[in-house]
Ligand binder design. Structure first.
Ligand code: KIV
Ligand code: ZN
Length: 516
């Protein structure tokens, strides 16, 4: 058995299935570059048949990435496999990941197929995928609730048809660690050709057990884990990449496989990048990448850490990419220092124009804020990227807000809508409420605000506030984000970004919808 644990990242595919987390092609390429820098083995870039946008994203990632394998998802259908094969054409290393459901409930109620038909379709799909690449992964969707003997049967058949990786998804996050580990052990023991493929796991976090289940499977011989940055993913998310990698690295006394090929110092920058792009903030107490993950509050802990770090720390913050020297730039820093620090953070601009734009924003920010930290630079780069990439219908031109004790707050907003300037004022329960009402009175979007949250990007009262909004319209959900030292302006930026996203057309299909 290999002693390497393959890390398969599905942030760009399953992660994107989180409500509101959809990403543009350029955003996907930026995240893929960060994953390549981290040296993950496989990047699942999307579901090419879902929409022309998804196809182009997978194609762009496939053409950009050289050091990781790029993977496209396909149901066990000819049209899906052909789309994945076409999108991956020209990739340095390409994988097609095809799947069909195997649990009684999914076969009977969703697919309306009998087990023989499911095996036959899986075999045909794998054979077709092999016409495009030698690297074919097969997933038994809802394996966590499937019959073990049926799993053995379908896996045996797809190996014979040419599958090289067998994925065992706990699609609905139903399994418990001991049970899931046992499933992997039994599959490996019972299947006569088990040694001909790598066993992979893909766990969802509905019971908060995705990482525990994945690690239990690794202890039973799984050698690929499918995971996402920050645990992003459908519903409660997937197993988090950073937790899987650091658990295996930190507990080498228990695991007989390694993740030495992963550059763990890229974890925190990648986490920030994904959270900035998707608008999914990282909770402060999140393991590895949360703001408090290495902060010692109690006096006893601080005393212990100062005397001997390992009294309370099992990992080093710098090993996962928290920078020791956090104050990076200030008002007098030049363009070169700015560009160099961004490059160290994995941010590179395609044109001088974009760099100049970002530098101008940096100078503006430095006027308002004494010290500029890595987090500020990343927020600023995200804003520059998203403005350059989008064809926004709505732009914020000006905002004036009046908030006084005993008076009803009022906001007047000037927007450019499809090239035309419009100004309207509204009052509200507070300055943010008044601002959103003023924007709505111009746009009349009919969206519902489902979530509004503010995070300090760094500490201090001069810190930038990062606002996230989640908007819903006719069942479609999008996130919007904005950062500014003035949180009312940050809120307006976030709301406008959300509106631009929800007003843009979307024709994506869900990979796990019926249709087989
Ligand atoms: O959760 C799941 O079963 C999936 C498959 C497509 C692998 O995402
Ligand atoms: Zn999934």
């Amino acid at each position: 058995m290999s002693d390497k644990l393959f890390i398969f990242d599905t942030t760009l595919r399953d992660g994107e299935q989180s409500p509101g987390a959809s990403m543009t092609r350029d955003e996907k390429v930026r995240i893929a570059r960060a994953l390549e820098k981290m040296r993950v083995d496989v990047i699942e870039a999307g579901f090419p048949v879902a929409s022309p946008g998804d196809f182009e994203s997978v194609q762009a990632v496939a053409q950009t990435i050289k050091d990781s394998t790029v993977c496209g998802l396909a149901r066990a259908l000819d049209k899906d496999i052909d789309a994945a094969g076409a999108a991956l054409k020209g990739a340095n290393s390409a994988r097609i990941h095809t799947f069909i459901a195997t649990s009684p409930i999914h076969m009977e109620r969703k697919l309306r197929m009998n087990p023989d038909q499911v095996v036959e379709q899986a075999v045909q799909a794998v054979k077709r995928a092999r016409q495009y690449t030698d690297d074919v992964e097969f997933s038994a969707e809802d394996a966590g609730r499937s019959d073990l003997d049926f799993l053995c049967r379908i896996f045996e058949a797809v190996i014979k048809a040419g599958a090289t990786t067998l994925n065992v998804p706990d699609t609905v996050g139903y399994n418990l660690p001991q049970q899931f580990g046992e499933t992997i052990r039994l599959l490996r023991e019972k299947m006569p050709n088990a040694d001909k493929a790598i066993f992979s796991v893909h766990c969802h976090n509905d019971l908060g057990l995705a990482v525990a289940n994945s690690l239990s499977a690794v202890l039973s011989g799984a050698r690929q884990v499918e995971c996402t940055i920050n645990g992003l993913g459908e519903r409660a998310g997937n197993a988090s990449l950073e937790e899987i990698v650091m658990a295996v690295k930190t507990r080498q006394d228990v695991f007989s496989c390694q993740v030495d090929h992963i550059d763990t110092t890229q974890i925190v920058p990648s986490s920030r990048l994904v959270s900035g792009i998707t608008g999914f903030a990282v909770q402060p107490n999140k393991a590895i990448v949360g703001a408090n993950a290495f902060a010692h509050e109690s006096g006893i802990h601080q005393d212990g850490v100062l005397k001997h770090r390992e009294t309370y720390e099992i990992m080093r913050a710098e090993d996962v990419g928290w920078s020791a020297n956090r104050m990076v730039l200030g008002k007098h820093s030049g363009r070169n220092a700015f560009k160099t620090r961004l490059a160290e953070l994995g941010v590179e601009f395609d044109s001088d124009e974009a760099l100049n734009d970002a530098f101008a924003r940096f100078k503006d920010l430095a006027d308002k804020k004494h010290e500029i930290f890595d987090e500020d630079l990343q927020a600023l780069a995200s804003e520059t990227y998203s403005e350059a990439a989008s064809v926004d219908r709505i732009r914020l031109i000006a905002l004036k807000v009046c908030s006084e004790t005993g008076e009803t707050p009022e906001a007047c907003v000037t927007l450019q809508v499809d090239g035309e300037e419009k100004k309207l004022c509204a009052s509200g329960g507070g300055p943010v409420d008044a601002t959103f009402k003023a924007i709505e009175s111009v746009i009349n979007s009919g969206t519902e605000l489902q979530l509004y949250s503010v995070n300090n990007i760094t500490s201090g009262t001069d810190a930038q506030g990062e606002v996230t909004v989640r908007l819903e319209k006719a069942g479609r959900i999008v996130n919007g984000q904005g950062a500014d030292t003035d949180i009312v302006i940050a809120s307006a930026k976030a709301y406008i970004q959300g509106l631009n996203r929800i007003l843009a057309p979307s024709d994506r299909a869900h990979p796990q919808g019926a249709d087989v």
